[in-house]
Design a protein around this ligand. Structure first.
Ligand code: MV4
Length: 497
């Protein structure tokens, strides 16, 4: 029986886990750094322990400190959240060796899926479709050129130890292959500590579809349908939906069966996500498996009614899954927007500082997973995710209308946010009609954004007055650009009342 859980994370996900603990009657033990003495997770947990300086390597990424603390406070289990140690097989092994329950998969599964060529060859063996290419690292530039010719350009050279968008390069021709090979290997070595690279055929304009799976330690596997995650910028997702409007019930049967096979292939238990690329003809390929709870898990919770975090804890305790496949069905539609402290008008630069005013949406069909309040600090040390707003309705249109309303209800001052940028997407025709792929934001917005950067004096003055009246930075879609936000934030800093 798990009586106390150490939560090795911060921000909204730490708060999410604390809430699950409270509902289960489990003692929640938070950890906090210098930067988080007054943070929401530190405040809400039953117990909070100081673990060091703001820099993650001294605190949230300090393996010894966290495991020693878990032992000292008699924590039965550690929940890693996402990021930090969530997919670090060495950390998980150390937790297992210390006799503490890791709330997640085994270190073995994590290690297997962390190596992309190993994952690909394992999937191939288990009839999970992979992107055409190699299942082993390339031995020479000559071998690479031969294989690329066979599968046809463009190809992607990917780091075997990479993932999540880092360490890959698109290659258009034999000449480019020859020129890039050594450079990509060097980059891989520098970023991941291994110079191994492999080849995949480049899939043009795909969608990013992922399937939530969950399994217990008794060999029961269940999927919780798919999520549509194509709306991203530089590998940072910003809008996620469940279900995907691109997927019909026949395709759904295929992708979910594939995901279950992928999970079985690596003896998976706990919650995990199988990432797929899907082309226009709805051909799909295994990309990688995320061996953790994901940021966007709430959209799946909304359409299935399953509490994934509570289920994770139950599985880690050794229980069987609390439901079977046949008990699950898709109810309605859920969309999540990620609210970041960043400036869309200035290349999405993180915006740091004190949140001087924080009002978040609520009301029917609106769920907020947040970790911040008025007075909280956004620092450069961590991810600038402020809040997630999840809107739920009977269908996609209803959920979108709710999202438009919810985004307008945010009133955040002190830091610049991406809320007006998100609002723009929820008004854009192609998005509303479900026409998009992973390149959507780059194609539709970034170029146009440049053009809209300078506004007229009249617009600037109108915007400033409106903001002054409300004493807030402009962040809710009523005003156009960061030119105004930045000016307003400077004003707010200078005036005391
Ligand atoms: C690809 C691809 C096209 N073809 N592989 C990026 C993240 C990493 N997990 C794999 N990624 C991609 N792999 C082939 N063979 C395009 C991407 C990709 C992408 C994938 C999912 C979500 C967003 C993306 C953005 C750019 C590129």
């Amino acid at each position: 029986m798990i009586k106390r859980i150490l939560i090795a994370n911060r921000g909204e996900i730490a708060v999410r886990i604390i809430r699950a603990c409270k509902e289960l009657g489990i003692i929640s033990a938070a950890v906090y750094s210098d930067a988080d003495k007054h943070s929401l997770h530190t405040l809400l947990a039953d117990e909070s322990y100081y673990i060091g300086e703001a820099q993650a390597s001294s605190s949230y990424l300090n393996k010894e400190k966290i495991i020693d603390l878990a032992k000292k406070i008699n924590a039965d289990a550690i929940h890693p959240g996402y990021g930090f140690f969530a997919e670090n097989s060495e950390f998980i092994k150390a937790v297992e060796d210390a006799g503490i329950i890791f709330i997640g998969p085994s270190s073995k599964s994590v290690k297997m899926m962390g190596n992309k060529t190993e994952a690909r060859s394992l999937m191939k063996k288990n009839s999970v479709p992979i992107v055409p290419g190699t299942t082993e690292s390339l031995k020479s530039v000559k071998e690479g050129i031969k294989i690329s010719k066979e599968i046809g350009y463009p190809v992607l050279l990917k780091a075997s130890a990479g993932g999540g968008g880092k360490g890959m390069r698109k290659i258009l021709s034999e000449k480019e292959f020859e020129d890039s090979f050594d450079a990509v290997k060097r980059e891989a070595l520098k970023a991941f500590g291994s110079e191994d690279v492999y080849i995949e055929k480049y899939i043009e304009s795909p969608r990013h579809i992922e399937v939530q799976v969950i399994a217990d330690k008794h060999g029961n596997y269940v999927h919780l349908f798919e999520r549509e995650c194509s709306i991203q910028r530089r590998h940072q997702k910003i809008i996620e939906e469940a279900p995907s409007s691109f997927i019909d019930s026949e395709t759904r049967k295929k992708v979910t069966a594939t995901a279950i096979n992928a999970a079985k292939a690596c003896n998976y238990y706990n919650a995990g996500t199988v990432e797929l690329l899907m082309d226009k003809e709805k051909n799909f390929y295994f990309l990688e498996m995320n061996t953790r709870l994901q940021v966007e898990h709430p959209v799946t919770e909304m359409i299935t009614g399953i509490d994934l975090v509570k289920e994770q804890i139950s599985i880690a305790s050794g229980n069987k899954l609390s439901f079977i496949q046949n008990e699950l069905k898709i109810n309605g539609h859920a969309i999540e927007s990620r609210i970041y402290a960043e400036d869309p008008g200035n290349n999405f630069l993180p915006s740091t500082g004190r949140i001087d005013k924080y009002i978040e949406p609520s009301g029917p069909g609106v769920r907020i997973d947040g970790g911040f309040i008025t007075g909280s600090e956004i620092s450069l040390y961590y991810d600038p995710l402020i809040s997630k707003v999840i809107c739920y309705g009977k269908d996609r249109n209803t959920a979108i209308k709710k999202m438009q309303r919810a985004l307008e209800e945010y009133h955040i001052a002190g830091v610049i946010t991406n809320i007006y940028f998100l609002s723009g997407i929820f008004k854009q025709k192609d998005f509303l009609e479900g026409r998009f792929d992973i390149n959507y934001i780059e194609r539709e917005y970034l170029n146009k954004q440049e053009k809209g950067k300078e506004v007229s004096d009249t617009e600037l003055i109108a915007a400033l007055f409106s903001a002054i009246l409300k004493k807030e930075a402009i962040s809710n879609g009523k005003v156009l650009t960061s030119q105004i936000q930045t000016t307003m934030n400077k004003w707010l800093e200078q005036t005391d009342e």
